[in-house]
Design a protein around this ligand. Structure first.
Ligand code: ADP
Length: 596
């Protein structure tokens, strides 16, 4: 309750008590019986004034006065009551032994009610002359006409004690009242605050649900932005992720959404507000973009936007992007909104983390599935690759054993050739499998020395030429080639694998070319064929373990050759790449560093 309201209520209550007092006074004056001459008139005049004053005060107390007038009215009312009571006390001095003096306690309590202890003590002081005069009148009227000072002091002393006790009571009461009111107001404020918090939490919850509604970042962000509108109003909002030096706009809504930095667009992070966020990991509040500090702000100003709140998307202590809210008015964000946006930033960041983790997981699962399929292919392939030459070897050996005498020398020779060829294939296959497992175990060993790649190329081509009748292999070595530090045998293995593949995939009558040359401090060897080529999407696969292209012109093989070849090239600090397209032939390039 406000102080003014309390004053008004007190005044009205006292006005009604006064009305009761008038009735009581009329009764007392009327029944007093004996009056000395003139006293009855005085009593009735006083009562008349009392009645009129009471009426005036009753009317005045019902009006809504401003505070100052209300205070003055209270003071006047107390003065009036005191004057009336004093008049009655002095008039009724003629009644011997009357308790009329006690009437003074009424304005005393009133003063305590209005002004506490000070008021009550003040009234005690003011009543002292009245009590003194009353005692004087009394001693004049009644024998033995002695002035009893102690009567006066007793009365005043009683009044003072009463003032202290009642005044204290009222002071206490008022203090308690104030405390209760403050507490009630505080409780109300807290309740409102709690209500607001609950609303905010509910909305934040909806935002979180929106973010988890999809496992696609863009969809999740769009749903989130729809919910944010109800929580922190904006004229434009954007979610931007930082990806390798670029600011990737993931979702945008509001002013200029389709024109200025639309979803899917990317810009270098350098110089932008995002760069600042990435550096400080703290929100940036641009109260007014009037003096554009970041390049993108010019565009926002052109859209009529003035204030911008950018909060980092924090994953732990690392910023992965930002949530940016923009408004048309300058300095338009409150502290609460800034805090809330910080919370939203964290929600978005954890959604980004979850969705990315899920994507990584999904990729891993796909990769594992692919690898397991490759392995299954390999098992059936190896068993097939082993069984065919094995069957040929066993068949030839049996024939030779059973029909040795019937066979001519040439026939025996060709059976023995077949056995040698097939066991050679078996040995290569087993060698590849062994090499692969050594590469994986990290025990693949090299014997490094100086290697003359020119010689190596010429040598490998000559060997290949010998075993290939249908495809011509030519070597073109641009001498002088600097020598390379490497393992001669392993490099030969690489070259042979590339040349064998080129022959294997070339149609009969075609040429395979092997070029060796030095360039930019490196030696390059190109193995070029005009075979079926390799589709772009398969070019990664063929270098993987067991990686083979099984569609189209598939030839027997294990898919290990290129995996081993690339591993060897990398162990030499070099690379092995392919450049090819379907029906365009293939060029495999072995690139090795020249020793310094
Ligand atoms: P393999 O030849 O034993 O299958 P590689 O690792 O040597 O194993 O080759 C992997 C795959 O790469 C082959 O299965 C083939 O599909 C493809 N490939 C390799 N060389 C060529 C080439 N010169 N032309 C077309 N395809 C090739």
């Amino acid at each position: 309750m406000t102080d003014l309201r309390r004053l008004r209520e007190t005044e009205r209550w006292l006005a009604w008590i006064r009305v009761g007092g008038v009735g009581f006074a009329i009764f007392q004056v009327a029944v007093a019986g004996y009056y000395p001459k003139g006293y009855e008139r005085l009593a009735w005049i006083t009562t008349g004034i009392f009645a009129v004053g009471t009426l005036v005060l009753l009317v005045l107390s019902r009006r809504e006065w401003p505070r100052r007038t209300q205070v003055a009215l209270g003071a006047c009312a107390l003065a009036f009551d005191f004057a009336i009571v004093s008049a009655y006390i002095l008039i009724y001095n003629f009644q011997l032994g009357s308790p009329i003096r006690q009437v003074i306690f009424v304005p005393l309590v009133e003063a305590a009610l209005r002004y506490g202890i000070t008021g009550a003590l003040g009234l005690t002081l003011a009543s002292a002359p009245v009590i003194a005069v009353f005692e004087w009148l009394r001693q004049r009227r009644f024998p033995p006409h002695t002035y009893h000072v102690n009567y006066v002091t007793l009365q005043i002393g009683l009044e003072a004690m009463m003032a202290l006790i009642v005044g204290w009571l009222f002071v206490r009461l008022r203090r308690e009242g104030n405390i209760a009111e403050t507490r009630a107001a505080e409780a109300e404020r807290l309740r409102d605050q709690l209500g607001r918090r609950a609303d905010v939490l509910e909305a934040a919850n909806r935002c979180a649900r929106a973010l988890s509604s999809s496992l696609e970042l863009e969809q999740a962000f769009d749903a989130f932005i729809r919910e944010v509108r109800g929580l922190v109003p904006f004229d434009r909002v954007a979610i931007v992720l930082s990806e390798e030096g670029t600011a990737q706009v993931m979702a945008v809504a509001g002013a200029g959404a389709g024109r200025v930095l639309p979803p899917g667009s990317a810009r270098p992070t350098r110089g932008t507000l995002l760069e600042e966020l990435l550096r400080t990991n703290r929100a940036v509040y641009r109260r007014d973009m009037q003096h554009a500090e970041y390049p993108e702000e010019e565009e926002f100003l052109a859209l009529g936007l003035r204030s911008r709140l950018a909060t980092p998307l924090l994953q732990g202590a690392r910023t992965v992007g930002m949530l940016s809210l923009v408004r048309r008015e300058a300095d338009a964000f409150s502290t609460e909104e800034i805090e809330l946006t910080g919370l939203l930033g964290r929600l978005v960041a954890s959604a980004v983390q979850n969705i990315r983790a899920y994507e990584a997981e999904r990729r891993t699962v796909e990769e594992l599935r692919r690898l397991s399929a490759l392995r299954a292919d390999f098992v059936s392939l190896v068993s097939h690759e082993l069984r065919t030459p094995m069957a040929a070897v066993i068949g030839s050996a049996r024939t030779l054993q059973q029909r040795w005498r019937e066979l001519t020398a040439t026939q025996r020779e060709s059976f023995l050739d077949l056995i040698a060829g097939e066991t050679g294939r078996l040995a290569t296959l087993i060698g590849d499998v062994l090499d692969t497992s050594r590469i994986e175990a990290g025990t693949f060993s090299f014997r490094f020395g100086d290697v003359d790649l020119g010689d190596l190329v010429r040598d490998s081509v000559a060997t290949a030429e010998l075993s290939s009748d249908e495809v011509q292999v030519r070597a073109e070595v641009r001498d002088p080639l600097p020598s390379v530090r490497g393992d001669h045998e392993r490099l030969r293995q690489v070259l042979m694998n590339l040349i064998d593949n080129a022959i294997k995939y070339s149609p009969a009558g075609d040429d395979v070319e092997v070029r060796a040359y030095a360039e930019d401090g490196r030696v390059r060897i190109d193995v070029i064929d005009r075979g079926p080529g390799i589709a772009r999407e398969d070019q990664r696969l063929i270098f993987e373990k067991f990686g083979r292209v099984t569609t189209g012109n598939a030839r027997p093989g294990t898919g290990l050759g290129l995996f081993i070849a690339r591993s060897i090239a990398e162990a030499h600090g070099g690379t092995l790449e392919v450049s090819s397209a379907l029906d365009q032939g293939s060029t495999f390039t072995l690139d090795l560093p020249v020793q310094s």
